[in-house]
Design a protein around this ligand. Structure first.
Ligand code: ZN
Length: 210
């Protein structure tokens, strides 16, 4: 089940495509598509991530629907960086999502910046504002990485406040640093087997792949 790799915080299920740790290939791709020094490198990694998402949504769509139900709209977790107003500065992740037909062809729910900032560890209830009307709309919330989940949880709060139901939070990489503590290292060893690569089982119950 997604919560195994995700979290049990009482919110919508968090479904990571894969685990990553500092220094590994996915961790590097998740950074370099945003801050790689060359535009060609950024494009290369953005394409890789879009291909990962597209392959996952094709291969594991039925697992996701069985686990979390359906959705009819997509929202992208905004950056929490200060200094640019919502809409004025597109996130690099928007380009990744635009390259995934299964996401790009669905209505997009706009999430703008609210009056406060989600911290690294702490979600903020008013960090983001969702454009409406969304009452009864089931939304798939997507993001590139899950570290503490503070931004994604803030986005869930904004969507819920606007009346939407968040079916799941789909993230490409759940980033964990196994060297942070012995507990984290043990967790990593147990969970890494559930990491998804194309052709592998996903973290959702009853996955028929593999
Ligand atoms: Zn699956």
């Amino acid at each position: 089940m997604g919560a195994r790799l995700g979290t049990d915080d009482g919110g919508p299920p968090v479904v990571p495509l894969a685990l990553c740790r500092p220094g590994d290939e996915l961790h590097s791709a998740l950074r370099r598509y945003k801050d790689g020094p060359a535009v060609t490198a950024r494009r290369h990694f953005a394409c890789l991530l879009a291909e990962m998402l597209a392959a996952f949504l094709q291969e594991h769509r039925s697992c996701l629907h069985s686990a979390v139900g359906t959705w009819e709209a997509v929202a992208v977790v905004p950056s929490s960086r200060r200094g640019s107003e919502a809409g004025a500065c597109p996130r690099p992740f928007d380009a990744v999502v635009a390259g995934v037909d299964a996401l790009a062809t669905l209505p997009r729910v706009a999430l703008g910046r609210g009056s406060s900032v989600a911290g690294h560890l702490h979600p903020a209830a008013d960090a983001f504002v969702a454009g409406g009307p969304l009452v009864g709309t089931r939304v798939l919330l997507v993001d590139d990485t899950w570290v503490t989940g503070a931004r994604a949880r803030s986005a869930v709060t904004a969507l819920s406040a606007a009346g939407a139901a968040v079916a799941a939070v789909l993230v490409i990489g759940r980033c964990v640093d196994p060297s942070a503590s012995p507990d984290r290292a043990r967790w990593w060893e147990v969970q890494r087997a559930a990491t998804t690569a194309p052709g592998d089982r996903c973290c959702l119950a009853g996955c028929p792949v593999g």
